[in-house]
Design a protein around this ligand. Structure first.
Ligand code: ATR
Length: 276
């Protein structure tokens, strides 16, 4: 057992679009580590059987993506607090005894990307305006609250979904109506887009942005294109901006470190490798 080359994978359906194999492959090559990371297409019906078999095959862990991020909760033997709060998992650790631990590193990736992209960012500087209320949003809210953001102004086209999140996260989250979002921008120290608006093939973000203040930091989870319309307008208004690619890169760090034994770096070489 001891000389086995560590294996890891990303499980999803479909899986061909996943950037994770390229990301982990880059790090493995760069650090000259033994190990392999592969995409595996798995249906929901097969997920449990596949996961139970993987540790016996030499897998040390896996990422899970759509549609398995919530379903994996039913299978995991242990779930981290942050995965529980977020309500989904993206990273699995297979322990030596074959038990499966489920974690969620999306919020970690989001905050690390902000810290790297906007050095000196002060979470306590003022309210954060968060656009959207989908899956990715829960990780963003969790990590912003943990980082010490005093208040989150949460706005979503479908207001009831924002209200549900407000109920889950408590009074530091305040719901702003989607048609009022232009006013809330003026008060925000940080603006985060977690919607799919602005992504290639999706509608453009149409909210009024003229209230943006120069000292507001603006970030977008969308990374195709790398500079979304929101980020371009913010940059032209003199704001600091952070694109969304880094979140994908940073969320992979804890898994890679656990599986392959070395904390990898997120730097320009990695970004370039992901963009070519
Ligand atoms: P993810 O898991 O990536 O967050 P999701 O759960 O499908 O994806 O959420 C997509 C988000 O984009 C939602 O907040 C959605 O708003 P609704 O809850 O009203 O659907 C938002 N979104 C998608 N298309 C939109 C549009 N045309 N206008 C405004 N918001 C939109």
């Amino acid at each position: 057992m001891t000389d086995r080359i560590p294996l890891a994978a990303v499980l999803g359906q479909p899986i061909h679009h996943s950037k994770s194999p390229r990301l982990h492959g880059h790090w493995l090559r760069r650090y000259g580590l033994p190990g392999h990371y592969i995409p595996i297409e798995v249906s929901s019906g097969d997920l449990e059987d596949v996961l139970r078999m993987m540790p016996r095959m030499g897998f040390v862990g896996a990422n899970v993506t759509i549609p398995h991020k919530v379903a994996v909760f039913e299978i995991a033997d242990q779930i981290t607090d942050r995965a529980t709060i977020i309500g989904a998992a993206n990273t699995l650790i297979f322990r030596a005894d074959g038990k499966i631990m489920a974690d969620n590193t999306d919020g970690y990736g989001f905050i690390e990307n902000l810290r790297q992209g906007a050095p000196g960012w002060d979470a306590g500087a003022g309210p954060a305006l968060v656009l959207g209320a989908g899956g990715a949003c829960r990780a963003v809210i969790t990590s912003l609250l943990e980082a010490g953001v005093p208040q989150i102004l949460l706005s979503n086209r479908t207001r009831i979904k924002a209200e549900q999140l407000q109920e889950d996260f408590g009074k530091r989250v305040q719901v702003v109506d989607w048609v009022q979002v232009g006013n809330a921008i003026e008060d925000a120290a940080l603006v985060v887009n977690t919607t799919s608006l602005g992504m290639v093939g999706q509608p453009e973000m149409r909210i009024p942005l003229d209230g943006l203040q120069k000292n507001t930091l603006v970030t977008d989870l969308v990374y195709t294109p790398l500079e979304t319309n929101l980020l371009r307008v913010a940059r032209e208004a003199g704001c600091r901006t952070v694109d969304g690619l880094g979140m994908l890169l940073h969320q992979a760090v804890p898994g890679f470190e656990r599986w392959f034994g070395r904390r990898p770096e997120v730097d320009d070489a990695l970004r370039d490798a992901m963009l070519t």
